[in-house]
Design a protein around this ligand. Structure first.
Ligand SMILES: O=C(O)C(=O)C[C@]1(C(=O)O)C=C[C@@H](O)C=C1
Length: 491
């Protein structure tokens, strides 16, 4: 229960962060009027957020390893609080720029405290980190609606900032009543994975994962920045369709996060997921870049959101953090610093490429996507598990889980068959059917050496089906005879 309240409180911060990510651009017009400056100046203020992130990520990550996660989450919340309240009232551009830097700092402080805490909660909390992204998306979804309702009723734009501030204030109280897990402990799954890994392999994995910190952020930023312009200018699509493509990307992203969360929760390996999703993202991107069939672009845009923005950055970070269980904060800081560098450089590089053509800017995303696939594939290759007794037994546990689930389903079917046979007054044993089953086992077996053993297992399964059917039959007979005896005695 404790853990749940703490998780809720940590997630709530990311709903606010989602609001923080777009609040300046969403209020661009109102702010430019209020500050009496052109829109371009407001856009310049927005860049302060990136500066704040670059300044703080590495430092905060490292410090959170030393001074604790709670301190940095509080620092993040208080910084955001000052940003939201300050921005609602500020009139001076320099102060506004300072506040934007503070928002970037708040972002870094929250990340260095939160991702690490979820991993330190143990269990399957790696999947919990993926949900952070869902809360950010929820914030990004709610804010435009709130602003639209403020505008339609002619109310002050500052209320949107104060809404975020109020949520933060409530959460500040909620969060500080929670106890945090022990910092930088190494749990059993950490050691199982990291101990047998040679140093050079860990080095290769680290470089690849840091690289993925860059590419995973870069593919998303480039796509959202250029897609609308690209499809209108190069593919001749309407503006409505261009906006629809971006919305579908967002819907794909939220769906992807939920599916990723579910897959990780069911025990899917993070490395496998990363490679599959990134390779699929590259295919979706290829389609978007080269098709001019609108229906195909629609599907591909959704798929790109699903695969590239479905929490993969968080999964990459999880792998990275597990490599260095004693320096989780530092690793988080490094990973997101690379992400921030992407956020900073992609608009510059693509801006320059767009002078050549918008298509060139958009297709640059293919190179980044390919680099991403190479990064994750290399990391997974370097991290491949060395065959240890522990590791192999974990594999067996997972396989058994699936077998048991399937056997339960088989027994349910056997129950129905038993009832049907009883109604038709057929015997429990059906030797010819059993021969057919054993034949099929031999046909389907993928290794001849396994076949006689598989058949022996199936003979045991069917013997148990029979025993089960007979046992159910006798209990049923007993139940009916007692019932009819009772009926007779009542008469
Ligand atoms: O197919 C049936 O009749 C069943 O009852 C199922 C089943 C089996 O487990 O596959 C069990 C007992 C029979 O002798 C044959 C097959």
């Amino acid at each position: 229960m404790q853990r749940r309240t703490l998780s809720l409180s940590l997630y709530l911060n990311y709903l606010v962060h989602g609001i923080g990510l777009i609040i300046l651009t969403q209020n661009m017009q109102a702010l430019s009027q209020h500050w009496q400056t052109p829109i371009a100046t407001v856009s310049y203020v927005v860049s302060g957020i990136g500066v704040g992130r670059l300044l703080a990520y590495f430092l905060f990550g490292k410090l959170s390893d030393r001074y604790g996660r709670k301190l940095f989450i509080n620092l993040g919340m208080v910084s955001y609080l000052i940003f939201f309240i300050g921005m609602a009232f500020v009139t001076n551009i320099q102060v506004a720029y300072g506040l934007a830097i503070l928002a970037g700092i708040a972002n870094s402080a929250l990340d260095s405290g939160t991702y690490t805490t979820f991993i330190e909660m143990g269990g399957r909390q790696g999947s919990a980190n993926v949900l952070i992204k869902a809360f950010m998306s929820a914030g990004e979804f709610i804010l435009p609606l709130f602003i639209a309702s403020l505008e339609s009723t002619n109310q002050w734009y500052g209320w949107s900032f104060l809404l975020a501030a109020v949520i933060l204030l409530v959460n500040l109280v909620l969060l500080n009543r929670q106890t945090f897990p022990v910092r930088n402990q190494t749990d059993a799954s950490d050691t199982a994975q990291t101990q047998p890994l040679p140093k050079w392999r860990r080095g290769v994995a680290s470089v690849s994962l840091a690289g993925y910190g860059y590419t995973s952020m870069a593919v998303m930023i480039l796509y959202t920045q250029w897609i609308s312009l690209f499809v209108t200018s190069e593919m001749g699509y309407s503006r409505v369709l261009a906006h629809l493509l971006l919305s579908l990307y967002s819907i794909g992203s939220i769906t992807g996060v939920l599916v990723t969360f579910w897959l990780l929760h069911r025990g899917m390996a993070e490395g496998k997921l990363l490679v599959t999703m990134n390779a699929s993202a590259l295919v979706a991107l290829l389609v978007v870049c080269y098709t001019n069939w609108s229906w195909l672009s629609i599907i591909a845009s959704f798929m790109f959101g699903f695969t590239a923005a479905g929490g993969m950055m968080q999964v990459g970070l999880n792998l990275f953090i597990r490599l260095y269980p004693r320096a989780k904060g530092t690793v988080t800081g490094i990973f997101f610093t690379f992400g921030s560098i992407a956020a900073f450089t992609i608009p510059i590089v693509t801006g320059w490429l767009s002078k050549q053509s918008i298509g060139a800017a958009m297709r640059f995303d293919l190179i980044i996507g390919l680099a991403g696939v190479i990064c994750v594939a290399t990391a997974v290759w370097a991290l491949r598990a060395t065959k240890t007794l522990d590791h192999e037994r974990q594999q067996i546990n997972q396989i058994d889980q699936q077998i048991i689930h399937l056997l339960n389903q088989r027994f349910d079917t056997v129950t129905t068959i038993g009832e049907l046979k009883q109604a038709a007054q057929l015997p429990v044993l059906d030797a010819s059917r059993e021969a057919v089953v054993l034949d099929r086992v031999a046909q389907k077996s993928q290794a001849a050496a396994h076949t006689p053993y598989l058949q022996a297992i199936y003979e045991a399964i069917m013997a148990n089906s029979r025993a089960y059917q007979t046992a159910r039959k006798t209990t049923e007979i007993q139940v009916t005879t007692t019932a009819s005896k009772e009926e007779l005695s009542h008469d």
